[in-house]
Design a binder for this molecule. Structure first.
Ligand SMILES: *[C@@H]1O[C@H](CO)[C@@H](O)[C@H](O)[C@H]1NC(C)=O
Ligand SMILES: *[C@@H]1O[C@H](CO)[C@@H](O)[C@H](O)[C@H]1NC(C)=O
Ligand SMILES: *[C@@H]1O[C@H](CO)[C@@H](O)[C@H](O)[C@H]1NC(C)=O
Ligand SMILES: *[C@@H]1O[C@H](CO)[C@@H](O)[C@H](O)[C@H]1NC(C)=O
Length: 389
C-alpha cells in the first residue's frame, strides 16, 4: 500500500508550473517533513481506531496541529484486481459545518475502508428518476437544465421551444431537466406529480439532495455525473438555466465550426478576477471557511456554458479533490483550474449575453443565449423569432 500526502488546495499548487502561490511555497522543507511525520502518526492512530483525544492531552498547539492535519487529504493507492483504485479521504476542518461529509463504505477485494467525499461529490447521491437509456440515440449535443421541482411552467416553456428541437443542422440534440428532492408540506404529492410528468415526457432526472439555492453546486455536479455515466458518447453538452433563451442554430454553428476544439473545451461568458463576496447578507456569500482565497479562478457564468463532453468525467474526478463551496459556476471554475483547463471566450463573445434590453428580433437572431424574464416571454419570443424564417 502506497501512501501519498498532499494538501488539496495550496501546497499542491506550488508544484504546479502554471500557478505560483509564493506565500505558501515558502514553507520550509523541515516543517513539511515534520508535518508529514505528524500526519502519518495521526493516520496510524486514526486507522488503529484510537481516539486522538484520549491519547493526546488537549492544548492549543495540539489543536493547531490537528486543524492543520484535518485540512490535508490523504490519498491511498492500492492495486486491486483489474485496475488501480484511488481513494480520497477528505478531512474538512472541524469548523467547516456547511461542508458536511458523508461516509460511504466501499468494499474491495483486500480492504474495507471509509470514504469521505466532499458534499458536492455526486457519489453521495443517487437517482430517484433517471433516463439511463436516453443516450442510445447518440446525441451530438445534450442540454442539461437545472430546475426546481415546482418550476413546471419553465419546463413546459422549454419543451415547447428550444427543448423541442431534436435535430439541428442534421445533428441530434436532447434536453433533460435535473431536479433535487421535492420539499415543503405536500412534498409527497409534488413527488407523485413529478413522476407523472416524467412518465409523460421522459426528460426528468431527479437526485436525492435537498433542492435549494445553496445546493446548486451539488445539482451541477450531479449533472456532470449524469453526463459522464449515462451519456459519455455525446460530443458536446451544455448546462443551461431554465430562464434562458437559446438559439439552437447559432449554438450548433459554433459547435460545428472547424476551429472549435473537440476536447477540453468550455465556453460561455468568461468571468475573470472576480472577488469572493464576504457580505453575509448577500445571496452569493461564501465563508472563508469554504473558500479561503479572496478571488475566484476564471470561470464561466452559470446561466449557460457549453463544453466538450469529455469534461464531465474529468470535472467529477476533480471534485474529489477540490473543496466544495456554494457558488456552482465558480466551483466548476475551480475544478477546471485543478485540471489545468482554461475556459475559452466564444468566437463571438457578444453571442452569450447576460441582458439584451428591449426586445428586437434581429438581436435574438444573432445571439446564442441570453437571460429572459419569464417562461411566457420565452414562448412569445420563440414564436416571433421563428415566424418568418
Ligand atoms: C497500477 O499502479 C502501478 C504502480 O503505480 C503501475 O505500475 C501499474 O501500471 C498500474 N496499473 C494500472 C492498470 O493502471
Ligand atoms: C414539438 O414539435 C413538434 C413538431 O416538430 C410538434 O408537433 C409538437 O407539438 C411540439 N411539442 C410541443 C410541446 O410544443
Ligand atoms: C444541501 O443538500 C444536502 C444533501 O441533501 C442537505 O443535507 C443540506 O441540508 C442542503 N443544504 C441546504 C442549505 O439546502
Ligand atoms: C461525435 O463523437 C463521435 C464519437 O463519440 C465521433 O465518431 C463523431 O465523429 C463526432 N461527431 C462530430 C460531428 O464531431
Amino acid at each position: 500500500m502506497e501512501v501519498k500526502l498532499f494538501k488539496g488546495y495550496g501546497w499542491k499548487r506550488c508544484i504546479s508550473a502554471q500557478d505560483r502561490a509564493p506565500r505558501r511555497c515558502h514553507i520550509k522543507k523541515g516543517f513539511i517533513l515534520l508535518l508529514t511525520l505528524t500526519f502519518l502518526l495521526s493516520a496510524i492512530i486514526y486507522f488503529s481506531d484510537f481516539s486522538l483525544k484520549t491519547t493526546v492531552p488537549p492544548g492549543t498547539f495540539y489543536k493547531n496541529v490537528v486543524n492543520q492535519i484535518r485540512s490535508y487529504y490523504m490519498v491511498i493507492k492500492f492495486p486491486s484486481g483489474r485496475d488501480n483504485q484511488t481513494i480520497f479521504l477528505a478531512h474538512a476542518p472541524k469548523a467547516d459545518q456547511q461542508v458536511q461529509q458523508r461516509t460511504t463504505h466501499i468494499s474491495t477485494q483486500t480492504t474495507d475502508i471509509s470514504v469521505h467525499y466532499h458534499v458536492a461529490h455526486p457519489s453521495n447521491y443517487h437517482y430517484i428518476l433517471d433516463e439511463p437509456d436516453k443516450c442510445q440515440q447518440n446525441p451530438f449535443l445534450v442540454l442539461m437544465v437545472p430546475v426546481a421541482p415546482h418550476q413546471l411552467e419553465a419546463r413546459n416553456a422549454i419543451r415547447s421551444t428550444w427543448g423541442n428541437e431534436s435535430t439541428v443542422q442534421g445533428k441530434a440534440v436532447m434536453t433533460l431537466f435535473l431536479v433535487g428532492l421535492t420539499g415543503g408540506s405536500d412534498s409527497e404529492k409534488a413527488q407523485q406529480q413529478l413522476e407523472e410528468e416524467s412518465r409523460q415526457h421522459r426528460d426528468l432526472v431527479q437526485s436525492n439532495f435537498v433542492d435549494s439555492y445553496f445546493n446548486l453546486t451539488i445539482k451541477t455536479m450531479v449533472i456532470m455525473d449524469w453526463l459522464a455515466t449515462r451519456c459519455p458518447q455525446a460530443n458536446f453538452s451544455m448546462k443551461v438555466d431554465s430562464d434562458m433563451y437559446l438559439n439552437m442554430d447559432n449554438l450548433m454553428t459554433l459547435l460545428l465550426a472547424p476551429n472549435t476544439p473537440r476536447q477540453n473545451y468550455i465556453t460561455g461568458v468568461v468571468m475573470r478576477d472576480r472577488s469572493v463576496i464576504r457580505n453575509k447578507n448577500s445571496k452569493w456569500y461564501v465563508s472563508e471557511e469554504l473558500y479561503p482565497e479572496p478571488k475566484y479562478p476564471t470561470y464561466l457564468l452559470g446561466m449557460a456554458y457549453v463544453f466538450s463532453n469529455d469534461l464531465p468525467e474529468k470535472i467529477v474526478e476533480a471534485s474529489k479533490e477540490v473543496k466544495a463551496f456554494n457558488i456552482e459556476d465558480a466551483y466548476v471554475g475551480a475544478c477546471l483550474k485543478h485540471l489545468g483547463i482554461a475556459p475559452s471566450s466564444p468566437p463571438v463573445p457578444s453571442q452569450f449575453r447576460v441582458y439584451m434590453g428591449q426586445y428586437n428580433r434581429e438581436g435574438f437572431l444573432r445571439v446564442i443565449t441570453t437571460i429572459l424574464g419569464s417562461p411566457q416571454q420565452l414562448i412569445d419570443i420563440w414564436k416571433d423569432v421563428k415566424s418568418s424564417t
